[in-house]
Design a protein around this ligand. Sequence first.
Ligand code: F3S
Length: 74
Amino acid sequence: MVGAMIKLTVDAELCTGHGRCYTVAPKLLAYDAEGFVTIRGQTIDVPVELEPAARDAEMACPESAISIVEVSDP
Ligand code: F3S
């Protein structure tokens, strides 16, 4: 689908710092000094080449803190 893209969001309440997300997707996600993913509570655009990494991160989080949002251009 032309123009399709995804966003990744991390629920700040659910993330407890397991760290599996940035372990499986190091090109997309990073960690802070306390071991939480740096985008906790935020939503980011996912570059198309990193979509598989984003989906891996979503599946890896044991707290289901990560959600993928499919976005389609009008
Ligand atoms: Fe948090 Fe889940 Fe990653 S708990 S640090 S979003 S694996």
